[in-house]
Design a protein around this ligand. Structure first.
Ligand SMILES: *Cc1c(COP(=O)(O)O)cnc(C)c1O
Length: 415
């Protein structure tokens, strides 16, 4: 970043500091990752200079001879990787992708049924502060109090009663497998479209660690920057019959020119995700999440649903005498980054809830394994037991830095 360091030292310095922070901390936020150097390079390329409203072969601007080839290649890779008939790779991010799908499938005021936010759903699944909860009539299913899991009979009963136009399955904080076939059956029975939002688990799906949503879902949306380990962006996959409606909803319905540098970087990530190394990566994510869950469970931590099948765990700290926010802040001082999170049926408020959410995609990208997860679990236990002990936090932060030096992260400067 030579040019940047000369022309804008302030921004340069802050980016470098962030890079060091990412390098020297254990990042357990399940939606975060480390992209490869190749993804960074495509993402920082001259493609950012282009305008290309429209789709390959049907643009509103001339000068698309290379951009058309790039977008076509990325579309083909997306279709092949997920087994989809059609792919749109232009959505700016996951939230606009979901909005585009709803605009394509529903009239304002129709029913949008999604997992309730405090039970692990996403804002864009019809929560009231999201535009998706204002334009459409939200219908919310929940997880069971006893098991922390989705009860498919209850989902079916609610769908039969409310008759939504769209049912969305997918989550940001659900540690178990999603049964896409069951959702598909329910959607067909009530005459709803099924949208599978696989933002968190896309990398697990292509890596063979989670069943895929096709052919059960009518439409699939995903971000590209979580377990899929690409740049910040999103994709929509669907059957041929819905392709035109989806494409028109993205452009010109919701967006203008696509971010071609992001499209290219998504293509690079999709190529990486099709390799045996990525399958091994997906397997490591899940193995690591189980190891972290085992270690915390053995230390008396209460895990929502009792454990995990995927890349994340949700820890209810109610029995530990500490709130989620206190724990997350104390862990940050010790070099362990996570986020506080509501747990299902949380008696506390969302800005200081009872839980923390932990995920293994980023640490697995550094090739950390089960032994490291157990060590991290022990550190979490120590910090949660003594959150105000500054000396303890400093000691663990030092050990975290030492661990991080042994496991270099893709795309970052070495220490
Ligand atoms: C992250 C996420 C999104 C939104 O993605 P943004 O890129 O942050 O807009 C949508 N749905 C689910 C399930 C997510 O986890």
């Amino acid at each position: 970043m030579e040019a940047l360091s000369k022309s804008d030292p302030e921004i340069f310095r802050l980016i470098r500091e962030e890079e060091q922070y990412q390098r020297d901390s254990v990042r357990l936020i399940p939606s975060e990752n480390y992209v490869s150097q190749a993804v960074l390079e495509a993402s920082g390329s001259v493609l950012t200079n282009k305008y290309s409203e429209g789709y390959p072969g049907r643009r509103y601007y001339e000068g698309q001879r290379f951009v058309d080839q790039i977008e076509t290649l990325v579309i083909e890779r997306a279709k092949a990787l997920f087994g989809a008939e059609h792919a749109n790779v232009q959505p700016y991010s996951g939230s606009p992708a979901n909005l585009a799908v709803y605009l394509a499938l529903m009239k304002p005021g129709e029913g949008l049924m999604g997992l309730s936010l405090p039970h692990g759903g996403h804002l864009t699944h019809g929560w009231n502060v999201s535009v998706t909860g204002m334009l459409w009539r939200p219908v919310r299913y929940t997880v069971e109090r006893e098991t922390g899991r989705i009860d498919y009979d209850a989902v079916r009963a609610l769908a039969l009663k409310e008759r939504p136009r769209v049912i969305v399955t997918g989550a940001t904080a659900y540690p178990r497998l999603l049964d896409f076939a069951a959702f598909g059956q329910i959607a067909r029975e009530v005459g709803a479209y099924l949208v599978a939002d696989i933002a968190h688990i896309a990398g697990l799906i292509v890596g063979g660690m989670h069943p895929g949503p096709l052919p059960h879902a009518d439409v699939v949306t995903t971000t590209t920057h979580k377990t899929l380990r690409g740049p910040r962006g999103a994709m929509i996959l669907c059957r041929k019959e819905l392709a035109e409606r989806i494409d028109r909803a993205v452009f010109p319905g919701l967006q203008g020119g696509p971010h071609n540098h992001t499209t290219a970087a998504i293509g690079v990530a999709l190529k990486e995700a099709a390799t045996p190394a990525f399958r091994a990566y997906a397997e490591r994510i899940v193995r690591n999440a189980r190891a972290l869950a085992d270690e915390l469970g053995a230390r008396g931590f209460n895990l929502v649903s009792g454990g995990t099948d995927n890349h994340l765990l949700l820890v209810d700290l109610g029995n530990k005498g500490i709130t989620g926010k206190q724990a997350a802040k104390a862990l940050d001082r010790a070099g362990i980054i996570c986020n506080y999170n509501t747990v299902p049926y949380d008696p506390r408020k969302p800005f200081d809830p009872s839980g923390i959410r932990l995920g293994t995609p980023a640490v697995s990208s550094r090739a950390m394994g089960e032994g490291e997860m157990r060590q991290i679990g022990r550190w979490i236990d120590e910090v949660v037991a003594r959150p105000d002990d500054a000396a303890l936090a400093a000691r663990i932060a030092g050990a975290v830095g030492e661990l991080c030096r042994q496991f270099p992260a893709p795309g970052l400067l070495r220490a």
